[in-house]
Ligand binder design. Sequence first.
Ligand code: NDP
Length: 444
Amino acid sequence: MSYVDEVLEIVQKKNADQPEFLQAVTEVLDSLRPCIDANEELYRKNAILERITEPDRQFMFRVPWVDDNGQVQVNRGFRVQFNNAIGPYKGGLRLHPSVNLGIIKFLGFEQIFKNSLTTLPIGGGKGGSDFDPKGKSDREIMAFCQSFMTELCKYIGADVDVPAGDIGTGAREIGFMFGQYKRIRGMYEGVLTGKGLTYGGSLVRTEATGYGLLYLTQELLKCHGESMEGKTVCVSGAGNVAIYAIQKAHQMGAKCVTCSDSTGWIYDPEGIDVALLKEVKEVKRARLTEYAAARPSAQYHEGRGVWQIKCDIALPCATQNELLLDDAKQLVANGCKAVCEGANMPTTLDATKYLQENGVWFVGGKAANAGGVATSALEMSQNSERLSWTFEEVDAKLQNIMVTIYHNIDDAAKRYGVEGDYVAGANIAGFEKVVEAMLAQGVC
Ligand code: NDP
């Protein structure tokens, strides 16, 4: 039995009740096979795979808080510190009723490789709670965040573990958590990222994931003798990632003709009006029907359907599993050349395979949306320096990072004989750096 299969069996036995974690480990180790097979003896002797699939430590704790009716509520809090071979643990805090240990472990495991790809010194971690922020008052959110941080603050620190936002954790929650950390620990340090600009946040963080996605896509096209200029782009989503992806694509001379939200989608053949989209989604927090009502060239459709529109480039930026096999077939039939993921896991496995087998350049979220966490790491650097860089400085660093990521994943795929498989390339490039650091640091 190969080393990969042996370890997969062990991981399955030990984590039988964590399907998401098992899925992530299986997918990553499968795509790493060429690299692991080539170094099997060394990795086996050093139990690299056994160590990288077992978190350094995981915390699970009670989060009691009082709701607006005076009733005490109890949630469960998590922080998984997965691997710190290349830097302090870094990864978001997800607040969603679906959160459990298996989901946090799956996200923390993936984060190791994504963070490694950024070229910056950050390890992998993830945390959160099964608390549902939807429908809660500001006071209830603050009560939860303060209670959550009262326990979490024992395990984190600017050089130890630096959490960030994720689903359900935005600027408001980060602010409440930062305030509580400061109050309990009596110290002002960059222990969280995604902070407001007045207290240590970084310029460009808001735009980073969408802009980064386009910097990488542009480099991908350039290396295939193409450019963004004049390209038609289909985007899904109408949130943070989608809005800034559309904005940057337009700055690069492309035309984005679609966007979507959880109830419907827009086809706007004249190109999405970003200012109007921001007004509808960021200011009014309204549905896309309002966009269509204000824009004569736009057509609104209920349900899902952005991938049926003919395009050169598709950028899924909404949510997981939103680009299915039939969508992939439609994209290929329409001559789409590239799919780069702004969201996490938006393309199903069979759709990914179909795209790759039909010659579409496919870059998964681990590499393509790494601009968000990369800019969070730049926020950490600025906090350590006690300086704030200008928008242009951060933007230039982000661009440089995304271009480097593209070349690293491309090179890794070529080195192991899977040229053009950017999914394998991303896993291999991220993995190699972490493993080298683990080997150098001995048995720990
Ligand atoms: P937002 O919540 O800002 O936006 C998500 C958008 O997707 C919303 O417009 C939402 O619609 C829409 N959406 C949700 N579900 C569906 C669905 N089933 N079909 C179509 N549209 C849907 O999130 P972000 O933009 O921040 O994140 C998007 C994705 O990118 C997520 O997968 C996230 O994990 C990933 N990501 C984000 C990063 C960041 O820095 N923000 C970094 C790396 C990854 P509605 O307006 O109706 O809610």
